[in-house]
Design a binder for this molecule. Structure first.
Ligand SMILES: NC(=O)c1ccc[n+]([C@@H]2O[C@H](COP(=O)([O-])OP(=O)(O)OC[C@H]3O[C@@H](n4cnc5c(N)ncnc54)[C@H](OP(=O)(O)O)[C@@H]3O)[C@@H](O)[C@H]2O)c1
Length: 329
């Protein structure tokens, strides 16, 4: 049964109202392309079930990108949405232009390929995946403005931009009567750099939303690797080489997982649901999160984060424990 109770929020200062959680779809890259090999290939039926479970749980938007399998993620997403039979309003789409080894002219040149991959579903949010192209950020943003004016996209977002580039992007869009909807950056209870490098404060000051990617620290905050450290050996991609997934790294983050579990018991929810709930509430309405999923039960678990709300003292206690873990040598 569909969860229709989930409260929507405006993304930045736009009229795009979406759920605080979206579904990240890097996992739908079919194991191909520049970054797609990070995850194993998922079959179409499973992908569709993950998308349907997310929609039923109240999610109304999906984050994809050109670079996720060279368009494979966009294609499977749009095909699944068509098969499920949801309208454009029920399933908003955020995708991204890939800047590396390109100039800003590629923004206009490739937009028709993006639209085709998405079966002409509207691009509600078009993001610059990261700031590094052969063209300046100024030129990239101006090319995005042209796409809005031509009616190809609805809102402009950025990703992995530092404070200076974010503020600059916001300024150029504002001069042109538009607004910067969001900056998509890495953020979780185990990665809080944006709280120290000025990105979060500037975003709050300027009314720009933050879209938190890797909000579960690529599965770490679920506690499943703490429960079964051998699990990491089966993981595709580079996670198994990262120290945070090894014995000492797991021991370091364990106190946070223990706290998430114990708070979760009160609400009858999982550690990952507590982690996601913290992420979308600790900073008021500024932060949206886009957990990815490779199994239907992941999607089911993640939408469960929308069914309760941590109280202020719990939000603070989780924050304190997270800082202790992050500051531990
Ligand atoms: N803009 C950017 O540069 C950028 C960079 C990275 C990601 N992203 C976006 O952010 C999305 C999410 O980030 P992410 O995929 O890096 O990390 P994430 O959402 O923190 O972790 C996703 C992974 O965690 C595990 N997982 C998720 N929910 C679970 C649950 N309830 N129980 C157990 N395990 C669970 C799964 O791992 P297993 O598959 O191993 O089970 C899943 O593939 C991506 O899909 C993508 O859309 C954007």
């Amino acid at each position: 049964m569909k969860n229709t109770m989930v409260k929507r929020r405006s993304l930045g200062q736009t009229d795009l109202t979406i759920c605080p959680l979206g579904l990240g779809t890097w996992q739908f890259s079919k194991g191909t392309g520049m970054v797609g090999k990070f995850w194993g290939a998922l079959d179409d039926a499973l992908t569709e079930e993950i998308i349907k479970t997310s929609l039923d749980g109240g999610i109304n938007w999906f984050d994809t990108a050109e670079v996720y399998g060279g368009g494979e993620s966009e294609k499977i997403l749009a095909k699944a949405l068509d098969n499920i039979g949801v309208t454009q309003e029920e399933a908003r789409i955020a995708t991204k232009w890939w800047p590396m080894f390109r100039t800003s002219s590629s923004i206009n040149k490739t937009i028709h390929t993006r639209k085709e991959a998405l079966r002409n579903r509207p691009i509600d949010l078009y993001q610059i995946h990261q700031p590094y192209s052969y063209s300046s950020v100024d030129k990239q943003i101006r090319a995005m403005i042209e796409l809005v004016k031509a009616g190809h996209i609805n809102q402009v977002g950025i990703s992995n931009f530092n404070v200076a580039d974010m503020v600059n992007s916001h300024g150029i869009l504002s001069e042109n009567g538009l607004t910067l909807a969001s900056n998509q950056v890495k953020y979780s209870l185990l990665d809080r750099r944006i709280e120290k490098n000025g990105i979060l404060q500037s975003a709050k000051d300027l009314g720009i939303s933050i879209i938190a990617y890797s909000p579960l620290e690529q599965g770490l905050l679920t506690g499943k690797f703490h429960d079964n450290p051998a699990l990491i050996h089966d993981a595709k991609g580079p996670r198994r080489f990262q120290s945070k997934f090894k014995e000492a790294g797991l021991a370091k983050s364990k106190p946070l997982i223990t706290l998430l579990d114990s708070i979760g018991e009160k609400y009858n929810v999982s550690a990952s649901q507590v982690a996601l709930n913290w992420t979308i509430h600790y900073h008021g309405e500024t932060i949206f999160a886009i957990p990815g999923a490779t199994k239907v039960h992941h999607a089911q678990d993640n939408v469960g984060a929308l069914t309760f709300k941590l109280d202020d003292s719990e939000l603070e206690e989780i924050s304190r424990t997270s800082w202790k873990v992050l500051e531990k040598k």
